[in-house]
Design a protein around this ligand. Structure first.
Ligand code: SF4
Length: 152
């Protein structure tokens, strides 16, 4: 069993009410070979919500208390992002997930790149908060860009 970002399976849970459908991921969910998860909804957000970015580093730095997740209007939402990350970790452990496929670039789910905290659409290398926490617990995290059907 694998765990996948809900938005990759076509669920309209992104901050702006859209999805990021990946048909291969959706098929896995329909075949009951994957379970969907949205760390931000688990953290207590609803859809739509304000866009947020990590300021002062990446998800690792957030876990270390050195960076913050902040909404575009300036509200610090770090605690909710941490709550969603820990809830996702629990779920991954519960289903003994072999791999977790998370949406690239998100402040929660990015696993190679995230936005750089300036809200100008510029990316940088780094993990989102959930990906950083899962990796810290030795859970394999890949993005939809790295996912190859039949490999897991
Ligand atoms: Fe998709 Fe992750 Fe954002 Fe939820 S938190 S909408 S699963 S990228």
């Amino acid at each position: 069993m694998i765990l996948v970002s809900s938005c990759l399976a076509g669920l309209e849970v992104r901050y702006n009410g859209t999805h990021s459908l990946n048909k291969k991921i959706q098929q896995l969910v329909e075949a009951k070979e994957a379970i969907t998860i949205c760390p931000e909804l688990l953290g207590g957000f609803s859809t739509p919500r304000e866009p947020a970015e990590i300021i002062g580093g990446d998800g690792e730095d957030v876990l270390n208390g050195k960076a913050h997740v902040v909404e575009k209007s300036g509200k610090d939402v770090t605690e909710l992002y941490l709550k969603g990350a820990y809830a996702t970790l629990e779920k991954a452990k519960k289903i003994n997930a072999k791999v977790v496929v998370l949406k690239e670039n998100s402040p929660s789910c990015g696993s190679s790149t995230i936005y750089n905290g300036e809200f100008i659409g510029k990316k940088m290398a780094g993990n989102g908060v959930t990906s950083a926490l899962l990796k810290r617990h030795a859970i394999q995290v890949i993005s939809e860009e790295q996912f190859v059907e039949g490999s897991y």
